[in-house]
Write a protein that binds this ligand. Structure first.
Ligand code: SAM
Length: 263
């Protein structure tokens, strides 16, 4: 979605461990292909109504989607009747999200904001903040993770909740899945596999049917570490779920979903 079509990780991609990198990782070739190939209906089916139920059960109506990306979750929630504001640190992503929502008959309210300074640009209070699609993993520095969580906390009403998901990095770090393990998204269109992993970097390789290849350098969040950080910034209760519904793999979930409650 940036103006370039190619990703550029320089001479040594494994050295790129910087929180600001997210702005250059989602080049337009990658984002356009992703949106083209991952059919939203298929993705909606695989997630089911997990998030909608979780929000309804807790009485949430007004939602801030802090990781809008191309707008998938914002649009699902608008369709389900929630009042949604969509934020992202990438203006190109927000433009794409707005367009995606418009095509589906919704006008998306967007805010350009980096999580680390969220409350500089967001001046309202929400029942729920959602940070989905393995987005929090883009923060490579612990201070940035704490700062972002504190900013999410601050924009919530006194009884608000944060819903944040992440890949199951424990399984990768503890070698419970093979490095060649393929994570399939909504069918066989896009394959993702961990190409390199150490305690502070998970470099994933994404391959599309036309054989084009992209990467993302992410911080491998351990499940209990994320839970601890959430509690340390003030959330009182954190409940963690495995994949939202049964997957084809029985042993280890691919994703964890944390629901953190402020009250
Ligand atoms: N929720 C979207 C979905 O599931 O389709 C996915 C989003 S994508 C994986 C991650 C998004 O987080 C990107 O749009 C990126 O621009 C945004 N992002 C990453 N780091 C950020 C930061 N520090 N502040 C704001 N947005 C950030």
């Amino acid at each position: 979605m940036q103006k370039t079509a190619q990703q550029n990780y320089g001479d040594d991609p494994l050295k790129v461990r910087d929180t600001d990198q997210y702005k250059d990782e989602y080049v337009h070739g990658f984002v356009d292909k992703w949106d083209e190939l991952i059919d939203w209906d298929g993705r909606a089916n695989s997630e089911g109504d997990f998030f909608i139920q979780a929000l309804k059960e807790r009485g949430a109506k007004k939602i801030l989607d802090v990781a809008s990306g191309t707008g998938f979750h914002s649009v699902q929630l608008m369709k389900a009747g929630f009042e949604v504001t969509s934020a992202d640190g990438s203006p190109e992503m927000l433009a794409k999200a707005f367009e995606n929502a418009r095509k589906r008959g919704h006008i998306l309210r967007t805010v350009h904001a980096d999580w680390r300074w969220l409350n500089r640009d967001v001046h309202d209070l929400y029942d729920a903040v959602i940070c989905l699609g393995n987005s929090f993993t883009h923060l490579h520095d612990e201070n940035d993770r704490r700062k972002a969580l504190a900013e999410f906390y601050a924009t919530l009403r006194h009884d608000g909740i944060l819903i944040l998901d992440q890949r199951n990095y424990d399984a990768i770090l503890d070698h419970k899945v093979q490095p060649t393990h393929n994570y399939y998204y909504c069918g066989d269109n896009v394959s993702a596999s961990p190409e390199y992993v150490d305690d502070s970097l998970a470099r994933f390789r994404y391959e599309f049917p036309d054989k084009s290849v992209y990467h993302l350098n992410m911080f491998p969040l351990r499940k209990d570490y994320t839970r601890r950080l959430m509690k340390e910034v003030g959330f009182q209760k954190v409940t963690t779920y495995g994949d939202f519904q049964e997957t084809y793999r029985e042993e280890e979930p691919d994703f964890y979903i944390h629901i953190a409650e402020k009250k």
